[in-house]
Design a protein around this ligand. Structure first.
Ligand SMILES: Cc1cc2nc3c(=O)[nH]c(=O)nc-3n(C[C@H](O)[C@H](O)[C@H](O)COP(=O)(O)OP(=O)(O)OC[C@H]3O[C@@H](n4cnc5c(N)ncnc54)[C@H](O)[C@@H]3O)c2cc1C
Length: 412
């Protein structure tokens, strides 16, 4: 009987456990998480923090779900070390759990700003359900907010402030939100949406330090220009630090994340990784890549499990990810790797409609759609087919994309 241990009960670890049980009915499967609750929908916790959604629908699995599948779930258990020679996982309580095959699915933890008072009361980071509960309570009682981190998670803080009637100042380092994926035209649509919910973007800014009162509660953020923004709530979303500290004695290849091949296998035998924590070989891109999104993490967990159970390189991870924002009156979707690419094509269609496609070596590698998501599946199809379409960007920017208008692909 094979013994599988999965560290992490996020969507990647949990989907791996489910697949392992299907693929290997007799196996012993253990899932270890340092959180106090079984899998929940991390995407939806922002709706809870906005005050819009009660707790119940956010939960995905009750503890019974694991018991019914004969999967052992260890909640509130932090893995402190892994010994890959003796194949043992050690927990903070000193328990040793042996494995034949190991999956590391430990994701990341929000990075703290390396500035004075960044751990003050009222300064929030957002990753867990517990964070969402704290943020909700804090935002309900707040009047003025500061938000830092001009990316996909930062904008959730802006939406939370909007929904909770907190006046916000969104301090951004450059001249626009998500500058690696959006031009000024696209970003301006997002800026206006922020203003409409009471959050003012502040450009060429950031946080030099926070000020606190005598109790250690945040009272202001001061930016590098010396401008002072009073606040009793701050949301910081400047990126993730991957949870790899328990692997310090392990000879795993890492490169800002755990390196895996397209089968989710690390450089060590019987050790796999899945989800946000991986830097994986993207077969469509033809290079190592990273992706922090729910669908991708779920699929990586499934593919890892298939390969672990098969004991061979059974299935490749091939996936075009997407990430949507639903806070505003118009939809927003990024797909693939919108921040990569050596060429771009974009067009603005109206005050709330814009599109940008990123190409690498002539092929689409990602993009951003604002206002009209209808070309999504066509662009993803072209990515999967790896078609060279950069010279026909006009067709891709037509309001209604018709792939029949593309010249037939040339035989390579
Ligand atoms: C507020 C928010 C909004 C988001 N919105 C979207 C969205 O709209 N669309 C989208 O696609 N994605 C979204 N994401 C990202 C998405 O949720 C993640 O990409 C996905 O959850 C990653 O899953 P994972 O299983 O790889 O890691 P995680 O979900 O981070 O799970 C890792 C688990 O491992 C545990 N762990 C870590 N170290 C240890 C240890 N040493 N011992 C035991 N347990 C450990 C952690 O506590 C955690 O429970 C959002 C994320 C957040 C926080």
């Amino acid at each position: 009987m094979t013994e599988y241990v999965i560290i992490g009960d996020g969507i990647s670890g949990s989907s791996a456990a489910e697949t392992l049980r299907e693929e290997d009915p007799d196996a012993k499967i253990t899932v270890i998480t340092d959180e106090g609750e079984a899998l929940y929908n991390r995407i939806l916790i922002k709706e809870h923090a906005k005050g819009k959604l009660p707790e119940a629908p956010i939960s995905i699995h009750e503890e019974d779900w694991y018991a019914e599948r004969d999967i052992e779930l260890s909640l509130n258990t932090h893995v402190t070390t892994v010994d890959t020679d003796d194949k043992i996982v050690r927990t903070h309580e000193g328990d040793d759990i042996s494995y034949d095959k190991l999956l590391i699915a430990t994701g990341g933890t929000p990075t703290q700003l390396p500035v004075e008072n960044s751990d003050a009361d009222g300064v929030h980071h957002f990753w867990t359900f517990q964070d969402a509960r704290r943020i909700r309570e804090s935002a309900e009682n707040a009047e003025d907010a500061v938000i830092v981190g001009a990316g996909l998670l930062g904008i959730d803080f802006a939406a939370i402030c909007g929904a909770q009637d907190v006046e916000g100042k969104y301090l951004m380092r450059g001249d626009r939100w998500w500058r690696y994926a959006l031009s000024g035209d696209g970003a301006e649509i997002m800026h206006q949406a922020m203003r409409d919910v009471g959050v003012e973007p502040v450009f060429d800014s950031g946080v030099d330090h926070f000020e606190t009162d005598d109790e250690g509660t945040v009272t202001a953020a001061v930016d590098p220009n010396g401008d002072r923004f009073e606040c009793d709530f701050a949301g910081v979303a400047i990126g993730l630090t991957f949870n790899t500290e328990f692997l310090h004695d392990v000879d795993l290849e890492m490169d800002n994340g755990i390196l895996v091949d397209e089968y989710m296998q690390t450089n060590l035998e019987d050790v796999y990784a899945a989800g946000d924590i991986t830097r994986f070989y993207d077969v469509l891109l033809g290079q190592q890549a990273q992706n922090g999104s729910w669908g991708s993490a779920k699929e990586q967990g499934r593919v890892a499990a298939v390969n672990m159970a098969a004991d061979t390189k059974e299935e490749e991870f091939e996936w075009v990810s997407s990430y949507s924002i639903t806070h505003f009156d118009f939809p927003f979707l990024s797909f693939g790797h919108p921040t990569l690419g050596d060429e771009h094509a974009e067009r603005r269609y109206s005050d709330t409609e814009w599109r940008r496609v990123a190409f690498k070596d002539g092929k689409i590698v990602g993009g951003v759609l604002i206002g009209d998501l209808s070309p999504q599946s066509k662009f993803k199809q072209l990515m999967r087919e790896q078609r060279d379409v950069v010279d026909q960007a006009d067709v891709l920017l037509e309001k209604q994309v018709d792939l029949d208008n593309l010249a037939p692909s040339q035989e390579q």
